[in-house]
Design a protein around this ligand. Structure first.
Ligand code: F7E
Length: 344
């Protein structure tokens, strides 16, 4: 998102929550850009948000802050809910008080649909969250709506299906697979032994896209009058603003992701066994196995989006296919790619 805003000529302030070890790998390349600034803050610290919004007086406020790992949200439900919902309230209050013309975007999620009642899920699908994470995002969307309608704020929350990239965190299933493949390929090249990639539910179906496509969708949601065919005037904000679904409109199992990823890494083999005994075996070695430790207390079995509304109204469409997403992530994590980047 920061890359996109800078490419459009905007000044970007990235809010950093203080931690004892730095975690700047995904924005290191921006640190020497004159239009990129880092500021300390925490969306759970109302004072810091209030001060930042007052001092910066931003045109746009994009809130991606969250405990975004669904699997962990049962272990730390309170932190997940505070960051996902109460943090949003603090952002909205800071904008209402200090910068009411600022456009606010909050990251919503397909996890809000949860236990789905029909496929594909569009903007009208009911919210039936299955995790503390999903519940927090539902609460946040309700708060965003209340602030939009009560105070005439340009405040919206997009419902984004899974979006991944070469920068994805390593505990999410896509990156766990591609990093795991990189590790195994390196071991095979050195004739060393290796541990398989241990995963949970291989039958889960997700609608995966590349994040690069989605940030463009977020940008369009933040500038709806520009992209809409019929230009609406700002005074009609609460009535004319829409909150859209962003999705590829395809669904694939975790197993299908693995198949494409292994093919890209030229690891041949076959699946055998079922349930917790299922494995992918190549030349007698187990590459992927199932570990029940990664099953969730409640699973969202299938997510499949319908993003026709934003395609029609704001002219958005994704450019990177599911297959290309997987290939890009694998290429990035193969050992030679890392060595070329000087990261190994
Ligand atoms: O899981 C299954 C797991 O953790 C995807 C976040 O960005 O997208 C993301 O949430 C699926 C699930 O993402 C493992 O059970 C199998 O069915 O990569 P994930 P997520 O939970 O879908 C939504 C839209 C968000 O909003 C979230 O912030 O893969 N799965 N085995 C596994 N998942 C993980 N993490 N690890 C496994 O070993």
């Amino acid at each position: 998102m920061a890359d996109l805003c800078i490419s459009k000529g905007h000044e970007v302030y990235g809010m950093v929550r203080r931690t004892s070890t730095s975690n700047d790998i995904n924005f290191k390349h921006l640190l020497d850009k004159p239009k990129f600034h880092l500021v300390y803050g925490d969306s759970l610290d109302g004072f810091s948000i209030d001060t930042l919004v007052r001092n910066i007086n931003p045109d746009y406020f994009v809130n991606f802050a969250a405990q975004s790992f669904v699997g962990c949200s049962w272990d730390i439900p309170e932190e997940t809910f505070l960051a996902g919902a109460v943090g949003v309230l603090k952002c909205l209050e800071a904008i209402r008080k200090n910068s009411p013309n600022c456009r606010f975007y909050n990251a919503g999620s397909s996890e809000q649909f949860g236990d789905v009642v029909y496929c594909p899920q569009d903007e009208k699908h009911p919210f039936r969250p299955r995790s503390p994470y999903g519940a927090a995002k539902v609460a946040a969307q309700a708060l965003v709506k209340v602030y939009r309608e009560s105070y005439n704020l340009y405040a919206i929350q997009g419902m984004l299906f899974n979006h991944e990239s070469e920068r994805r965190g390593e505990e999410f299933v896509t990156r766990k697979i591609t990093k795991g493949i990189g590790r195994i390929v390196r071991a095979l090249q050195r004739s060393e032994s290796f541990e398989p990639i241990k995963l949970g539910n291989l039958d889960a179906k997700r609608d995966w896209s590349h994040s690069q496509d989605f940030v463009e969708g977020v940008w369009r949601m933040l500038n709806q009058e520009k992209y809409r065919e019929e230009v609406k005037i700002p005074k009609l904000w609460p009535k004319s603003l829409r909150e859209y679904v962003l999705s590829s409109n395809e669904t694939h199992t975790v197993r299908e992701f693995i198949d494409i990823a292994l093919k890209e890494a030229a690891i041949e083999g076959q699946w055998s066994g079922t349930g917790v005994d299922e494995k992918f075996i190549s030349n007698g070695s187990v590459i992927v196995s199932v570990d029940p430790k990664f099953f969730r207390p409640a699973e969202v079995d299938i997510l499949l989006g319908d993003s026709s509304l934003i395609r029609k109204e704001l002219g958005w469409k994704p450019n990177i296919s599911f297959e290309n997403l997987v290939k890009r992530m694998v290429k990035n994590d193969l050992p030679h790619a890392k060595e070329a980047q000087g990261q190994e």
